[in-house]
Ligand binder design. Sequence first.
Ligand code: 4NP
Length: 157
Amino acid sequence: MKILMVCLGNICRSPLAEGILQQKVQEAGLDWTVDSAGTNSYHTGEAPHPLSQKVAKLHGIDISCQRARRFTAADFQHYDMIYALAGDVLREIKHMAGKYFDASKVQLLMDPLHPGQQMDVPDPYYGAEPGYHEVFDMIDAACDQIIQQYAPIQRNQ
Ligand code: 4NP
């Protein structure tokens, strides 16, 4: 499995999603690739937001080496699944991908856990630390669900 996590800036939510899923993949002994990107380029090249780094570290996950990059249409060729952290991100992915958009490869991150509810992971960028903890817990639960969904498939191959 090759999985891409996408938010707007690739500095708050999707770096957490990359780090959290990566840790679960390692713990489960799976051979998956996990990456993240943002639909805008305001923070390209930057490390994750200090509060995302702090909250991840409190859970034993080091995301300090990640660097923000912008989502591209070519990501549809490289990844098996692309998870949008929120609905506005999903719409922008569709717009940016153009003819490369493949609806079968894209899903809201919270959808596997809360199907049909169109649930967003809220953007913590303009808020304080508690928002980052809330986001961590949502993403953590979503990533458990992704492991449950796809790990048996890899093990059976
Ligand atoms: P993220 O948060 O999408 O979770 O990385 C944001 C960070 C920066 C901006 C927007 C959202 N921004 O517009 O600069």
